[in-house]
Design a protein around this ligand. Structure first.
Ligand code: ZN
Length: 288
């Protein structure tokens, strides 16, 4: 049974660790994430972007796949299936498809329109026992590699959005998506502190968790971050392990071309990356 992120992140916020949000891209990715979470007795949030949802055949396919795997793999740890950076239409589609959580990224709308749409989605999600994440300001990056510093959210605006009843809040604190550029200025703990002072116990989300130095991650957790999104690092680990397999000519030995063999090293690399992240986030054993 899929659960909303609400209880997971509240507990994490109170006990000073963060739940790993792992973006999934296919069956192997999903199995790797679920297996690792179960082995380490950690709660897990499976994130699905709209693009990844489309790639996998649609949100209904994703929701049914995750539910079926959870059952057939005998998963006992809490699992949330969460739409990552959803549009208004995408969020509605995921609510219908059986997700347990959505993020509404209305950062490109004028604030009033963002608030109106968010209010409606909060009511719909809560009526269905789902959780909802909102974003304040916008999180920079998008793999362009040219930004030195991601955007920082306005703490007043964070308070306004938090008061709409969202379960978890993503606010830019200098973090960015994709690979971090050489000249990145680091996270703004001043901003994080100011946001925390305004929103109180509201669990916060750190997007673009791939490539942020460990000490910064730990400090962010101590200041209220309870969910950290990891995507790029799993992709890089998968690609590197697959490249190594092919460059070693293993796909040309015996039945090395069999996708079950070809994708195995990459899948193991995803598991190792998730384990590393869970150790850093402090969420291991927290599902017990
Ligand atoms: Zn994000």
């Amino acid at each position: 049974m899929l659960v909303p992120v609400t209880e997971m992140v509240k507990k994490a916020r109170a006990e000073h660790y963060a739940v790993a949000h792992i973006n999934i891209n296919n069956l192997e990715w999903t199995k790797a994430a679920l297996q690792t979470a179960e082995e380490l007795k950690a709660p897990i949030i499976l994130g699905v972007s709209e693009g990844a949802g489309k790639y996998m055949g649609g949100f209904k396919v994703v929701a049914d796949m995750v539910k079926a795997l959870e059952e057939s793999m005998g998963i006992t740890v809490p699992v949330a299936l969460h739409l990552d950076h959803g549009t208004y239409e995408g969020a509605k589609a995921c609510i219908e498809a059986g997700f347990s959580s959505v993020m509404f990224d209305g950062s490109h709308y004028p604030i009033e329109e963002n608030v109106e749409k968010l209010k409606e989605l909060v009511a719909t999600c809560h009526a269905k026992g789902m959780s909802i994440e909102a974003e304040v300001g916008s999180i920079g990056g998008e793999e362009d590699g040219v930004v030195g510093q991601g955007e920082c959210a306005d703490p007043e605006e964070c308070k306004r959005i938090a008061d709409l009843g969202v379960d978890i809040l993503a606010a830019g604190i200098g973090n960015i998506h994709g690979k971090y550029p050489e000249n990145w200025a680091g996270l703004s703990f001043e901003t994080l502190d100011a946001i925390q002072a305004k929103v109180g116990d509201m669990p916060l989300v750190l997007h673009g968790g791939s490539g942020i130095p460990e000490d910064m991650i730990k400090k962010a957790i101590s200041l209220g971050v309870a969910k950290i999104n990891v995507n790029t690092e799993c992709q890089l680990a998968f690609a590197a392990a697959t490249r190594e397999y092919i460059e070693a000519g293993k796909d040309q030995q015996g039945k090395g071309y069999d996708p079950r063999k070809l994708l195995a090293p990459g899948t193991e690399a995803i598991k190792a990356t998730i384990k590393e992240k869970m150790e850093l986030f402090g969420c291991i054993g927290k599902a017990e």
